[in-house]
Design a protein around this ligand. Structure first.
Ligand code: SAM
Length: 285
């Protein structure tokens, strides 16, 4: 594949995964039921029942501002990722840098939802003809855990576990990879809540570690289990630095382990650092 074709393919892949090349279709009102009161759900269910025999659906138009889509401040409801274009560009740069510089190790995203960012990672490997690296796809595939306040008091009151639209089954994610022609043995699924699944996951070493688990505990579990596997020169990418829980987990972990590589901003919430770039005060060289 020439460089022009690679860049066209990866550009198209990003736009498709984010649903950026099509106008957003109408969205059935039942889509957001989990956040609604019983009464409203009943009203919508009745209207849906009445309209059904005519082949009609009660649906709503959502408008997105193109800047918000690029920044990942909002996402198209039919998208396969809620990561915006800027953060996908960053992911591509990180992957292509480790490939170009020969930094060894696999790639992982922890917290994948419909799988879009992982599908993109597999697409980057395919575009570059890389056959000896794997993409690990780690998720509960049933949404976020209830806060474990004994272990992580910082998550007290967190409501992410109630958002059922964040629960996407393993089957659905596999099917999404299939739709893009990117499901093969270079894709490894790690199912389970991170504190159970990651300690035993068959991951050797990593070159790209991308975290997107939203909560304090979900971020800390990943850093505690996987950061030591990230090779020098590898990238640690944080999707949710704008969320207070995630931000605190990242700051606590960096402080505890004396990590002083500079954090680089991607957009309003994404940031990353490159392992081993800085010589820290008091750190052995
Ligand atoms: C915001 S979504 C991820 C978005 C995704 N990266 C994308 O490309 O659109 C958060 C995901 O993290 C998963 N998750 C959060 N905490 C988890 C945990 N402790 N264990 C397993 N999965 C978790 C949820 O199931 C959900 O799929």
């Amino acid at each position: 594949m020439t460089d022009d074709i690679k860049s066209l393919y990866l550009g198209l892949l990003k736009k498709s995964l984010t649903f950026n090349i099509w106008p957003e279709p109408l969205v059935p009102v039942s889509f957001f039921n989990s956040g609604r009161s019983w009464l409203i759900r009943c009203l919508f269910a009745t209207a849906t029942k009445l309209l059904g025999p005519w082949g009609l659906v009660l649906a709503r138009q959502y408008g997105h501002h193109s800047v918000d889509l690029a920044e990942g401040k909002s996402f198209a409801l039919f998208a396969d990722t809620m990561v915006g274009l800027k953060r996908l560009d960053n992911l591509q740069t990180c992957l292509e840098t480790v490939l170009r510089e020969g930094i060894p190790g696999e790639m992982i995203e922890t917290g994948v939802w419909r799988g879009g960012a992982c599908i993109f990672m597999r697409g980057v490997l395919a575009a570059h003809g890389v056959t000896d690296r794997k993409v690990f796809v780690a998720d509960s595939f049933e949404g976020l855990p209830k806060p474990d306040v004994d272990l992580f008091p910082e998550d007290k009151g967190d409501r992410h576990s109630r958002w059922r639209f964040l629960a996407v089954s393993l089957e659905e994610v596999k099917n999404n990879f299939l739709r893009y022609g990117l499901l093969d043995d270079q894709v490894v699924f790690v199912k389970g809540f991170f504190h159970d699944s990651l300690p035993h996951a068959p991951i050797g070493s990593l070159s790209v570690l991308r975290l997107d688990g939203d909560m304090y505990g979900s971020t800390m579990d990943v850093l505690e289990n996987l950061y030591k596997k990230l090779n020098p020169g590898g990238f640690c990418i944080i999707d949710d630095y704008a969320l207070p829980g995630c931000r605190k987990a990242v700051n606590d972990f960096r402080e505890k382990h004396g990590i002083c590589e500079p954090m680089i901003e991607i957009d309003w919430t994404g940031c990353y650092w490159r392992k081993g770039e800085a010589v820290c005060k008091g750190q052995l060289t």
